[in-house]
Design a protein around this ligand. Sequence first.
Ligand code: NAP
Length: 289
Amino acid sequence: MWIVLQRGMQIMTIRLDGKALAAKRKKEIACKVKALSVKPGLAVLLVGEDPASRIYVNSKRKDCEECGFYSEEYTLPAEIQETALLDLIRELGAREDIHGILVQLPLPGELNEKRILEAIPPEKDVDGFHAANMGRLMLGQEGFLPCTPAGVMELLEEHQIELEGKHCVVVGRSNIVGKPMALLLLQRNATVTICHSRTRGLETLCRQADVLVTAVGRVGLITPEMVRDGAVIVDVAMNRNAEGKLCGDCLPEVYEKASAFTPVPGGVGPMTRAVLMENTMKACLMRQK
Ligand code: NAP
């Protein structure tokens, strides 16, 4: 795909292929695991039977197999008592063979997400959602990074997308995507604007972006008029369009204006999974030191 910039100059649009990079990363991890005396171990807890969560958990199991990890999966009833869930997390937290613990979100019912995530020992928090790891990210200290924004950064780095001094606009401010994404871009010396549902003039702000990261979850939110020619577009969202097909927040014509873009599916999603494997490997190696 080619796009025409001002003064007739043409540049090629780069597809930021997360599927290919994630496969490469997982192969690298599998090679490293073969040389270890201990297998990295990941425990995944699924509470209730949300179909989308079930798909995510299944793919995590497959990733663990590909990487040569040991994995355990707990499918727990939606009615589980919070104390029972906390007890299980504590038990897993004390085990030598489990290096990473992941509680699949969202949690059903009355379960207190904050209390449950905080029960995971920070050194086993491979999702990077514990307040200790979030705090380290804020302070620019070493810790576990949330998988999705870290995956985006790896993808941008792999394609040598320059961030220093660039205006990066992040649409969405959730704790798991938008906020950490903005911090990681800031760490790379980008100038960052964060937008959300109360932002005024979203269109104008998006049009100023050299790099636009959108993580909202709304089909067609970002239209071609909101994007300048040659911008880098990172579409984190995973939506279903009217035909039931997976799509991001951007209309397809948006990608045509970009100098680089992440496809949906096949962009950010696979990178999120790859970073989970990297974090689990890191947790295992930290334990051996
Ligand atoms: P979330 O917690 O629902 O947050 C959505 C954010 O979008 C909120 O900050 C919200 O603002 C903002 N927003 C809502 N409507 C808006 C509007 N009209 N204009 C501007 N901002 C608006 O969602 P999330 O967990 O961050 O996920 C976002 C999307 O990414 C979803 O599609 C999700 O499926 C996808 N996702 C993908 C991956 C992956 O691996 N690819 C991983 C995680 C999430 P307020 O804060 O003001 O409410």
